[in-house]
Design a protein around this ligand. Structure first.
Ligand SMILES: Nc1ncnc2c1ncn2[C@@H]1O[C@H](COP(=O)(O)OP(=O)(O)OP(=O)(O)O)[C@@H](O)[C@H]1O
Ligand SMILES: [Mg+2]
Length: 234
């Protein structure tokens, strides 16, 4: 089972857009897909409600509200994370996933917030299991996952989202990611295609290919990374 979480502390960066597009991409490949919405705003589940019945099915889970249990036959669990998660609640969230995809908007403020969030995520990866297990949260996690609960070794990749033109705004982000050895995966342009698809409960890959050729091309490096061992915990 492959687990992928779309995460950024910043609101409106494109988490739900990425999560729903990833879910529909894998569903269209005949994979069994669970879309786990960890955000009580329920944007991913609302997208799913609009999804036509004749499209490849995706199972929605209100993961903010109930423990995430998925059947063994599930191929992909795509997780839409809420914004503003830090500290212990971030640690708890990250335990669910092998891979984190972080969309970042091209504004200086968003880039600055993303760089400190990436450091926080990397710190979570370094915190020892023992430290966590000895806390009250650890007791809950132990009950949920048993003693075999793995540390979060989730691999992180960053994408630039809603980019209008070739912008230099990312220079500082590139340098920072390079320094931290976090891959910069791709740039997604700002286009109504995402909005039109979302309105109909669809993903980009389900629209007319001629309409979305440029955009689906931009997705290829992300998909290639997700399909490679580079995006899996070592
Ligand atoms: N590449 C894009 N091109 C155009 N519009 C986009 C793109 N990505 C996201 N959007 C739009 O930006 C808005 C915010 O995106 P989205 O809801 O995916 O962000 P989010 O990170 O899930 O937000 P929240 O933190 O509120 O959950 C939405 O209206 C969405 O349709
Ligand atoms: Mg969202």
């Amino acid at each position: 089972m492959r687990t992928i979480m779309v995460l950024n502390a910043k609101g409106g960066s494109g988490k739900t857009t990425l999560a729903t597009n990833l879910a529909s991409y894998y569903a269209a490949q005949s994979k069994s897909v669970v879309l786990a919405d960890f955000d009580p705003q329920a944007s991913s589940l609302n997208w799913l409600k609009a999804r036509p019945e004749d499209r490849p099915p995706i199972q929605g889970v209100a993961a903010w509200d109930e423990p995430l249990r998925v059947s063994r036959t599930t191929d992909y669990v795509i997780m839409d994370a809420p914004s503003g998660r830090h500290g212990k609640r971030l640690i708890a969230l990250m335990r669910y996933t092998q891979t984190i995809v972080m969309p970042v908007l091209p504004s200086p403020l968003d880039i600055r917030a993303a760089t400190s969030f990436i450091q926080e995520i990397q710190q979570v990866g370094k915190t020892s299991t023992r430290n966590i297990l000895d806390t009250p949260l650890g007791a809950i996690l132990k009950r949920l996952f048993g003693s075999g609960m793995p540390m979060s070794k989730a691999r992180l990749g960053v994408i630039a989202n809603r980019v209008r033109e070739n912008t230099l705004a990312y220079d500082s982000l590139y340098e920072f990611l390079d320094h931290l050895k976090v891959p910069f995966l791709t740039t997604l342009r700002d286009t109504q295609n995402y909005i039109h698809a979302a309105e109909r409960g669809l993903g980009l890959f389900e629209l007319a290919p001629s309409q979305v050729a440029y955009d689906t091309e931009q997705w290829q490096p992300l998909i290639k990374w997700l399909n490679s061992k580079r995006s899996l915990p070592q």
